[in-house]
Design a protein around this ligand. Structure first.
Ligand code: PLP
Length: 360
């Protein structure tokens, strides 16, 4: 039998139809496409890191429970003992684990659209129907449509990225609560951008039995170590933990993140700097008549160009050595939209300079 026949007979049709998550080659371009923190660690921490990694036993399996790291996370993030923490190889993995634990025949997942693309990719690969409910023009939740869909389809899981990616805005707290109270399913509040937002759901978590909170250290400066965490009532963590691979958090990550988080002030200072620079960048972009810049509670800005200009501006930036994210191809609300991650001061200026020469 030809390989094509094996593939078409054996691979799930949903998977055959999918495109793999695409990460563009960035070479030595200024990289403002992936919501990374642009700063490295201070030399003093780097030296400490090298020292403790030197003494890490890579011949042994890591602590399967990541106990020390979880203890550090709980302490540094102010997570109270009424909740448990479960770690994932990035919060991407936790999204998948939640889906695996709850999957079954005729189950569906609902999320507003546009949002983080991995919800849909993972939902389809784990056998769910995926329902997306368009946000309104200003990227706020269309509550009428959300409630209708929840009542009609009774989704098993609802994902709310808060602040939302790629739009950068937060939703109204009372709307999130209304969704939680209407749903018979689980609501996952994904706070990947919590370091840059002025609001977290953590304080409200205790009031609800159908909510899991997701966070990650990726956007706060540690994207390379791949560590996300779930905060939830113990009953949820107990169940999701059963589908987790025993050693999903490697020993280097456990050791490094425990050390770095115990110097959390360094990451916090970088985060504050990024928030300040975000506002400066926002004002500068707003000075271009052709651009509409959306409010952001994250470490990136979404902006809209004049009709048909997004591809041209994106390519012009690329030719001049700056990589951002072109979302225009997704169409709908994102037509003509580009997303730029807040970089260092000099990266942001370089970016603005190129935008300026594009428009002059
Ligand atoms: C970046 C991002 C994630 C994934 O984070 P990792 O921990 O790096 O896997 C999850 N959710 C949202 C909304 C994101 O933007």
């Amino acid at each position: 039998m030809a390989i094509e026949k094996f593939i078409s007979d054996l691979v799930r049709p949903e998977v055959q139809k999918l495109a793999a998550y695409h990460v563009p080659e960035s070479g030595d371009m200024i990289k403002l496409d992936a919501m990374e923190n642009p700063y490295s660690l201070p030399d003093e921490i780097k030296t400490k890191l090298a020292e403790i990694l030197k003494d890490t036993s890579v011949n042994r399996y890591p602590d399967p429970a990541s106990s020390y790291l979880i203890k550090t996370i709980k302490k540094e993030m102010g997570i109270s003992d009424e909740f448990e923490v479960l770690l994932g190889n990035g919060s991407d993995e936790l999204i998948l684990l939640i889906m695996l634990a709850l999957s079954g025949k005729n189950r569906s997942i609902l999320a507003p659209s546009p949002t983080f693309v991995m919800y849909k990719i993972s939902a389809l690969t784990t056998g769910y129907d995926f329902i997306d409910v368009s946000l309104k023009d200003d990227f706020s939740l269309d509550m009428q449509a959300m409630i209708n869909q929840i009542e009609e389809n009774n989704p098993t899981i609802i994902f709310l990225a808060h602040p939302n990616n790629p739009t950068g805005n937060k939703f109204k707290k009372e709307e999130i609560i209304k969704i939680i109270e209407t749903a018979n399913g689980l609501v996952v509040v994904d706070e990947a951008y919590f370091p840059f937002a002025d609001y977290s759901f953590l304080d409200d978590l205790k009031d609800y039995d159908n909510v899991i909170l997701l966070r990650t250290v990726s956007k706060m400066g540690l994207a390379g170590v791949r560590l996300g965490f779930m905060v939830a009532k113990p009953e949820w963590v107990e169940q999701i933990n059963k589908v987790r691979m025993p050693y999903n958090i490697n020993v280097l990550t456990q050791t490094a993140v425990s050390l770095i988080l115990s110097h959390r002030n360094i990451l916090d200072e970088q985060t504050q700097r990024i928030c300040k620079d975000r506002e400066i960048l926002k004002e500068s972009l707003e000075s271009f008549d052709d651009l509409t810049v959306y409010p952001s509670q994250a470490n990136f800005l979404l902006f809209k160009t004049g009709e048909g200009d997004a591809d041209k501006l994106f390519e012009f930036l690329e030719q001049n050595g700056v990589l951002i994210k072109n979302l225009s191809g997704s169409g709908g609300l994102l037509k003509d939209c580009l997303r730029v991650t807040v970089g260092t001061e000099s990266e942001n200026s370089k970016f603005l300079e190129i935008v300026k020469s594009f428009y002059s």
